[in-house]
Design a binder for this molecule. Sequence first.
Ligand code: HEM
Length: 461
Amino acid sequence: MTPMEKDPSDSMYGIKKLIQKKPDTKAIIGQFPGRLGLFIFDTELIKEVLTNHKYYSKLNSENELSLLINARGITKAEGDDWKLHRRIISEAFQYDLFNGMVPVILDGANEILNLSDKTPRTLLLPNDIELVTSDAVTRIFFGLRSKDLIINGKPASEEATQIIRKNAEFSKRGIQLLLGNWPMNLSSSYRKHKKRILNFRNVFRQKIQERMQQIQSQEHQEKKKTDLLEILLQHRIKHNNDLTQTLSDEEILDEFAVFFLAGKDTTSLLVSMALYCCVTYPEWGEKLIKEIHEHVGDLKEFNVESLNTMNVMTAFLSEVLRMYPPAPALLMRTANCDHYIGKMFVRKGYIVNTIFLANNYSPKYFKDPDHFDPNRWMKTEDKDEGTKNPFAYIPFSAGQRNCIGKHMALIEAKLIICSILKNYKISLDDGFKLKMGSHSIGYGPAEPIPLKLTPLSFYEK
Ligand code: HEM
């Protein structure tokens, strides 16, 4: 086996170069402590994995801290339980909720990024954008600004972010990987952290109960469905609290954590890389800015339909997701039974993953794949194979368990980008060189991108 090429400025360099030299590579094998890992590139084999979820379990799903956070959420649920969660959330993710999100996200971006500030300054990406995307989850879910919900002395989204970080730190400790959860409980910092999570849950549980009382005191009058909690509780009332048909308080709480985990980093990485590309590929940056100024009069009048008609923006984001996919692979899985993927025998316990990013850089699917070209998503003729094959380009995964937050993420990303570009000219610090690596749960800048904002009013003088 030849070792993969390395480049310190890009953790995915080896995979990109491998697929460019050998575009017909079907899979690669890796060695993990005590087991083999199979990383699939071939689109037919990816399809097989994504349509046979029953053969796999998510790695680490028995981790105590992660169970405390979202044991009953959609990402962990399996079988009929998963179907119920997926159906209820899909029903909730409808036009009314999405349209209701628009002013909520704009308001959050405006307030957190201080967009009315008319002095030049620098944002650090993705960290500053993460403040907006994490606050957005609290607003969309609970209808509350994060800063209006103080938990353990901090705004809710900040506390959630810190809890998740700490969980990851504890999970990396060898002792837990080796012996499971119980020895961790000997450590006082671990026990303290668990208490912190339980307190976090208590505050949110109380919010859910308060809202339920409010809804019931209005004698079940349907309120406008502007936040997810309202929709999920109305669903419960409609199903007479039958928990085989609807979600309990604990499941709703777990879904909040799932959305937080799944949505905040991925979306902030997409926005960050889009802003980076806007500066680095100025011919496309200018086209995007032109479309924003032509389409968007007053941001307050914006809605989902106006976002959907922004063709340059849609193609631009598709290309950003091709070159810089925030989720370059599935969450790690292990095979829970012996089976075959194509002709490859997979033994129970093997690690299995599909590397989405590989085909994004394959000349078989995208002409000149290292070149940033949103036009490949706008063409009607001579289209790249990767824009046609349903398993070649899948930044949101595919099959039954694809990303349920895809539309939410794209709406959020478009709104944050419009809010910034409508108010500022953007540039990068001189000499900045992008390094890509693993960022939280995704693939993103290994070091913050310093994005300079100069108010447009400066140029009008
Ligand atoms: C650019 C942003 C995003 C990207 C690239 C992305 C990507 C993905 C991918 C690749 C998966 C499959 C993971 C796996 O099966 O291992 C996934 C699943 C999921 N995503 Fe996203 N995601 C994004 C934003 C969001 C947002 C904003 C939310 C919710 C607020 C969300 C919620 C979920 C959930 C709940 C699942 C699991 C679905 C299931 O198991 O049925 N995602 N996402």
